[in-house]
Design a protein around this ligand. Sequence first.
Ligand SMILES: Nc1ncnc2c1ncn2[C@@H]1O[C@H](COP(=O)(O)OP(=O)(O)O)[C@@H](O)[C@H]1O
Ligand SMILES: [Mg+2]
Length: 230
Amino acid sequence: MKLREIRGDEKLPLGIGCIDNLLGGGFDRGVINQIYGQGGTGKTNVAMQMAVSAAYSGEKTIYIDTEGFSENRFIQIGGSRPEVSSNVSLYRVSDFSDQEVAVIKAEKMIEKDQRFKVLILDSFTAMLRLERDEKSKNISMQRQLSIMQRLCNEFDLTVLIANQIYFDPDIQGITPYGGYFLDHYSKTILKLEKLQSGTRRMTIMKHRSIGEGNFVDFSITDSGLSCTPI
Ligand SMILES: Nc1ncnc2c1ncn2[C@@H]1O[C@H](COP(=O)(O)OP(=O)(O)O)[C@@H](O)[C@H]1O
Ligand SMILES: [Mg+2]
């Protein structure tokens, strides 16, 4: 148990003005942040931007990749600067149990070296979708989330989980993966969409101190995210 002074929620800025404004200064530290959307909407761009931005201010990131991390894209976003390569540890995983091992490894690293301030899982659910056994899937998902939640509480870690979507016939609409567990553990949930013009829209679906439905439009450019919509 920790006694804390109340000073307002601490933020991890993304370094992209319009998105930081939407989020009241940046992503909330000490909680699990979730970003979901269809393929190509910009989840990985946001995740990479977070790692780069944290690295610029000397904070270390563990980036767990399940989807094929593009080193070229990371370099375009600023990933070739020496402070980035020395502050970002990348793990590639190949199935859901390997992902759980990576989360446990991250836990050990964060406990040992408190310069690790950010944990990114891009994505949390790609491997989950391939897992057949429902029971072991749920147990592993809950185990991973509870580890991340504890790290958030103890070390003020900022977690970013990228999530995929599917069509839910019950609600006749698009919904993020991970069901109740992931929804419950995610204190911030952001939806990403691609508009007709190619502009991306980020909408707040859940946040502890900002109203749902607030959104911002931005674009993806050669060097990363830009606040000028297309
Ligand atoms: N150099 C670039 N210039 C402009 N847009 C790019 C560039 N590289 C990637 N993109 C855009 O980023 C999109 C992929 O975004 P990404 O973050 O990988 O999506 P997600 O993770 O949601 O599937 C591509 O569809 C493309 O439009
Ligand atoms: Mg992606």
